[in-house]
Design a binder for this molecule. Sequence first.
Ligand code: FAD
Ligand code: NAD
Length: 466
Amino acid sequence: MPDKFQAVVIGGGPGGYVCAIRLAQLGLKTACIESRGSLGGTCLNVGCIPSKSLLNLSEEFHKVKNLSNKGIEVGEVKLNLDKMMKSKEKAVTVLTKGVEFLLKKNKVTYYKGVGSFKSKNEISIIDADNNETLIFSEKVIIATGSVPVALPGIGFDEKIIVSSTGVLKLDKVPKKLMVVGGGYIGLEMGSVWSRLGSEVHVVEFLDHITPGMDKEISDEFMKILKKQGIKFHMQHKVEKITKKNSSAIVLTLDKDGNRKNFDCDVVLVSVGRKPNTEGLNLEKIGLNLDDKNRVQTDKNFKTNLENIYAIGDVITGPMLAHKAEDEGIAVAENIAGQSGHVNYDTIPGVIYTRPEVASIGKTEEQLKESNIKYKVGKFSFMANSRAKAIDDTEGFVKILADEKTDKVLGAHLIGPHAGELIAEIGVAMEFGASSEDIARTCHAHPTFSEAVKEAALSVDKRAIHS
Ligand code: FAD
Ligand code: NAD
């Protein structure tokens, strides 16, 4: 007899494991199936965590090398890439093991193997030794995430032509790294290898980086990255990548029809990710996908089949770990008869470069397009005393508020600790705050957060320090 559950989650990423824990907290007999042999999904294994670890380590390396500019003399600074990679791997292992502990603590049954549907209530799990286990569940949550998109006809060998997975474990610093795609992954990982000594070139299809971001922030971001030495080739399309011994030639075509060859050691292809639905047998059970091959769901994360739900990267919306987690909690609460809900207007996005870039709510371009009248408040870190004190003054805070009601509609930051500062605005937006509410809140001095307060004051043209 197969084991029976009230709920089974396929996929142990931030969407899946959080959902499984919440289901168990709500009293449902729950299982979670994960195929990669370690929990935490893309995020903990080959995404957020290893990339943030390398971003931090490479930044420390870069900082120490430049300390003498600040009057701190150090000896020769050398890179030990092998040790740096081990430090990154330790962070991953500690966190993935931590998730395994959390599943155990919450009495979630963890199956290691590839899950697929036999019917809408029966799941087959094939383990690493090819043994099959069948389980039965009243409800099933698909949380199988996403995988990197390759360029047509150009596969990943993860040594010379690499995806985000390969670029996180290169065994030497490439002399020249070509990055295809100026989005989140390309700019974060381009920054890492640039700090470690690579000459980094970004080839981007559009005329701006980070599509969808507030244009003023995106322009400032590119200007700063250029100053850091990253080279940009905008409105260029990659036509071909040819491998030559242990290097590659990237052939691009620009908007005026000019072709150009770039020699390099490594090519990172970071042109987006696609939903991971392969091998689940979804056709067999008649589950609908949308036009982008994502699992189609309603606002309660329910698919066209009554007992099957989906969350995270495999459905519509931004491919972000915290979005997947919040959906995991909401769907668990819905299944348990509560009213789970995700507010898609207040999901922050953060790029963990130096400086950090953070964004929440509407951009200026979106407000214009929707004919919403708005006011803008801006404040530069150049005039922030904490930033001045530590000589970290690049960037600014921009707050967008409704022209009539003053309600905060969006905020866009580039600057020191922007990824932390955005949380304050998220809370304010959840409470329906006005820019005046932020402006009248006492902020400690000297902190970077005073730049948020001053930007809020500036919405009403009464910033004090500029
Ligand atoms: P995933 O994390 O992809 O998890 C799905 C899991 O399901 C995987 O472990 C997979 O092995 C498993 N699975 C798939 N099919 C099956 C099957 N048939 N049976 C069993 N298991 C299966 N987001 C952020 O918010 N912040 C960041 O800083 C950030 N950095 C990133 C850096 C990189 C390099 C990358 C690639 C991504 C980054 N992301 C970041 C995005 C983030 O990783 C994803 O949005 C998030 O992991 C999605 O969570 P998920 O649970 O939907 O899917
Ligand atoms: P992305 O969507 O962020 O950026 C892809 C970029 O590639 C875009 O600028 C696009 O215009 C460009 N592009 C597309 N096709 C191209 C082509 N043929 N030639 C040249 N350029 C091309 O995708 P990504 O960087 O691969 O990251 C995938 C997703 O992972 C992100 O959208 C994000 O949701 C998530 N992620 C988040 C973080 C974070 O939160 N800090 C970090 C990494 C990844």
